[in-house]
Design a protein around this ligand. Structure first.
Ligand code: BG6
Length: 458
């Protein structure tokens, strides 16, 4: 039996835009996903858009009972900026305040630790129309929004989170075209990344002023970049991949400063963002109290096979190729590698290089396409998910025994939820969602997770 430390948190993560749905008269404004779906529904799997997410807005009372039924001692969701302040920087929507206060109160009444994220890829469209995160005005609007959240909900929230995986909208929106505005513009990408970091640091500052007793962190998708071999060119590729993928937010968020080599590369390609010297003081002085770590699959890279064409737009892949390791273990239902040891390596890296900062595993999970084929006697028999969780928990446990400062494990996700361009393609939940009837059914993993939580191990 593997036992976790007393008080270890067990639960799951979801987000507002992926679970709430939209109801006529709820006062929510459009965010970039609402707009993009209205313009290009064909981009979204089965043309299911953000309006039809898992109806948490109307089912939350029942869903909070399911948190208890699946053994949650912690739950993470996000506030939708476009629900609370529909145009991003104007009036507060009173219906949103009532909704979130009731949700949070009910979670608290169950004795569940509540983690609330302020931003999960969802920018109000009014701000996007003014240039979005390329503009400093968006930073200021975000900080105002964050302060409204701290003031309205600070008594109910246990831990705040500034952003979820901030590198993803940078890559998706400005390099690889899977988030709005889906352009290819590395200079804008660097500016957006910088403004997001500044917004996060300023929110940390505001939270410490308004709710000094509450911890605030940032959620990063971390994986070490594993080189193909120990050849110096492969090792260099991995070092640079990690600068872009992880250290671009990890270092300023935890250490208060950017890695010199990243600055050097950005300067070399004329990609340095515009900034004010005093911003760097703000970033330096307002590091996070804890980290959320999302981990699904490892990043494996090799030295690039080809040199970039001088006229090609800049991509981080000028410095590395993605690499598929022969014999890797796969989740065939999602097409992602499974590498449990990644958790251990992340833990060791945080322990050694980031002063053993407190952290929570805020996302880990197994997406499965066509999961209904695993239904027997009315229940999804997701033994593969149980094995996936056990494998990762074993590595996490080993790291904790050796001194890692991890305080909890949150699975992605609670109830199958909508996921950006992939919509409902990949199912991740402990609870199955019937898209036709909106009925919720606990999967085998949901029952197992309750036992895991009750036993504080397996
Ligand atoms: C995570 C995101 O990285 O991946 C979630 O934080 C997302 O928002 C999850 O839903 C799963 O993604 P996908 O594409 O497999 O559905």
């Amino acid at each position: 039996m593997i036992h976790f430390p007393d008080g270890f948190l067990w639960g799951s993560s979801t987000s507002g835009p992926q679970s709430e749905g939209r109801l006529s008269g709820d006062g929510k404004g459009d965010n970039t996903w609402d707009y993009w779906f209205s313009q290009a529904p064909e981009k979204f799997h089965n043309q299911i858009g953000p309006e039809n997410t898992s109806t948490f807005y109307t089912h939350y009372q029942e869903d909070i009972d399911l948190l208890e039924a699946t053994g949650h001692t912690a739950f993470r969701t996000s506030i939708q900026w476009s629900r609370l302040i529909p145009d991003g920087d104007g009036e507060v929507n009173p219906l949103a305040v009532t909704f979130y206060r009731d949700v949070f109160q009910r979670v608290k009444d169950k004795g569940i630790t509540l983690l609330v994220n302020l931003y999960h890829f969802d920018l109000p469209m009014v701000l996007e129309n003014k240039g979005g995160w390329t503009q400093r005005e968006t930073v200021l609007a975000y900080v105002r929004y964050a302060k409204v959240c701290f003031e309205e909900f600070g008594d109910l929230v246990d831990r705040w989170i500034t952003f979820n995986e901030p590198i993803v909208p940078v890559e998706g929106g400005y390099l690889y075209q899977f988030h709005y505005p889906a352009v290819i513009d590395a200079k804008a990408a660097a500016q957006v990344a910088y403004h997001t970091q500044l917004a996060s640091s300023m929110a940390v500052q505001a939270s410490h002023e308004i709710n000094p007793d509450k911890k605030i962190g940032i959620v990063l998708n971390l994986t070490p970049a594993y080189p193909r071999s120990q050849h110096p060119a492969d090792v260099k590729a991995a070092r640079i991949a990690e600068l872009f993928q992880a250290k671009s937010f990890l270092d300023p968020s935890v250490k208060g400063e950017y890695p010199q080599e990243l600055i050097y590369i950005l300067k070399k390609h004329q990609l340095m963002p515009t900034y004010l010297p005093e911003d760097l003081e703000v970033i330096k002085a307002n590091t996070v109290d804890y980290l959320g770590v999302n981990y699904y699959q490892p990043l494996r890279v090799a030295a690039p096979k080809h040199q970039a064409h001088p006229d090609s737009p800049f991509f981080p892949e000028f410095y590395y190729d993605h690499y598929e390791m022969p014999g890797r273990k796969m989740n065939p239902h999602r097409g992602w590698e499974i590498y449990e040891r990644g958790i251990y390596d992340i833990a060791k890296n945080l322990e050694k290089e980031y002063s053993n900062i407190e952290w929570i595993l805020t996302e880990n999970g197994m997406g499965v396409e066509g999961e209904e084929k695993f239904r027997q006697d009315g229940i999804i028999q997701d033994d593969y998910r149980i094995e996936f969780i056990k494998g990762h928990l074993s590595e996490l446990h080993k790291a904790i025994e050796e001194g890692a400062n991890c305080q909890g494990y949150l699975l992605w996700t609670f109830i199958d939820c909508w996921s950006w361009l992939n919509s409902y393609k990949n199912r991740y939940g402990l609870v199955e969602l019937d898209l036709e009837t909106q009925e919720r059914r606990i999967k085998k993993s949901g029952k197992w997770f309750k036992a895991l939580s009750q036993n504080n191990g397996f």
